[in-house]
Ligand binder design. Structure first.
Ligand SMILES: Nc1ncnc2c1ncn2[C@@H]1O[C@H](COP(=O)(O)OP(=O)(O)OP(=O)(O)O)[C@@H](O)[C@H]1O
Ligand SMILES: [Mg+2]
Length: 328
């Protein structure tokens, strides 16, 4: 049974300027243990979708099942209980400025009726997990953005949720802090078994930690699947736009553009060097977004090669087992 299942969900807002169809016919299945990314441009409907998952927004049509239960069918009390199983973090952290770090983490526990001593004990454990045990008495104004998000994560985990909903949780952070927060989310997923749903407009976020991704474009899901498959072979225009850099200078006359996908099979340097030496092809590297992790390459590269060498180069990539795609 999927942890979250969405069937034919639509959401329309009625505004003074007319109806806004924020979501149309959404179907989605999120399994226990997934780190599930939802990506799309601004206004695509991502935040509305995540708010429908915990029923902060009531869908106009369709059904949300959480642990097999139709959220529509729950009493108010049952819904509040279900929401305790769904932690949420935001771009703007949403901490209570008047409360210290530990008091912020205690807050949901107080609401749930946990006594002060037990709440503080649990909050301390959580602050340790997010590596802020030495800052429990700090107020939000005394913490950096990354530290604030760590407090928010600890707070979201306080009620032992099954799933963590993250709406642009790293969008206000610099690249290094983003990486450390994403690494923390991954660790929480792996060690605590918490399913993570990540809303973002950045493909690099999806690439770093998600196993599955849904691409949302103008209120609809246009593509969904494993991150590996979609990166290797994006089918929808939106996925292509998000994955393939758009600003590559097109094309030299009589040259073809090829996208090479590295998915951990080999290091990229010998691949290109050998391509040039073995095939005797003058390959231009137009773009590279590759990471070398312990000699293993991940990412992609876009090269241009003379049209008449496409067969030779394709043969070479096939022989060494590298994924490639002719772009144009
Ligand atoms: N409460 C609301 N009332 C009216 N319209 C709304 C409401 N909430 C969202 N919308 C509209 O629904 C559409 C989707 O908004 P949403 O916030 O879900 O987009 P998003 O993908 O999260 O965008 P961003 O990346 O900028 O956060 C937008 O056109 C927005 O104006
Ligand atoms: Mg949003």
């Amino acid at each position: 049974m999927p942890l979250v299942k969405i069937n034919d969900l639509s959401k329309t807002f009625h505004t003074a300027n007319g109806d806004v169809h924020a979501l149309k016919n959404i179907d989605l299945s999120i399994e226990q243990g997934d780190i599930f990314g939802i990506i799309g441009l601004s206004g695509a409907g991502k935040s509305t979708l995540v708010r429908c998952i915990n029923f902060l927004e009531i869908p106009t049509e369709g059904t949300v099942y959480f642990e097999g239960k139709d959220l529509k069918s729950l009493t108010h009390k049952e819904l509040l209980k279900a929401r305790q199983s769904m932690g949420m973090i935001f771009q703007s952290f949403n901490l209570l400025e008047q409360r210290t770090a530990i008091k912020n983490v205690c807050f949901p526990l107080e609401i749930a009726g946990v006594n002060k001593k037990d709440a503080e004990k649990r909050a301390r454990e959580l602050l340790k997990i997010v590596e802020l045990e030495d800052r429990e008495k700090s107020y939000p104004s005394q913490l950096s953005g990354g530290q604030k998000q760590r407090v928010a994560i600890a707070r979201a985990l306080s009620t032992n949720p099954k799933v963590l909903l993250c709406d642009e949780a790293t969008s206000a952070l610099d690249p290094n802090t983003t990486r450390s927060i994403l690494a923390l989310l991954k660790e929480i997923n792996e060690t605590m078994g918490v399913t993570v749903i990540i809303i973002t407009h950045e493909m690099s976020v999806i690439e770093q930690i998600c196993n599955k991704v849904a691409v949302i474009d103008k209120s609809r899901i246009v593509e969904v699947g494993s991150v590996k498959d979609i990166f290797a072979n994006p089918k929808s225009d939106m996925a292509k736009q998000l994955i393939i850099p758009q600003n590559i200078v097109h094309s030299l006359e009589n040259y073809s553009t090829m996208r090479i996908i590295f998915d951990g099979l080999s290091s990229y340097e010998p691949v290109i060097a050998n391509l040039i030496m073995e095939c005797r092809v003058p390959a231009n590297i137009m773009y590279a977004n590759t990471k070398d992790v312990n000699g293993v390459a991940a990412g992609e590269m876009i090269i241009q090669i003379p049209v008449d060498s496409v067969d030779k180069v394709s043969g070479y990539f096939e022989r060494i087992g590298i994924k490639y795609k002719e772009e144009m």
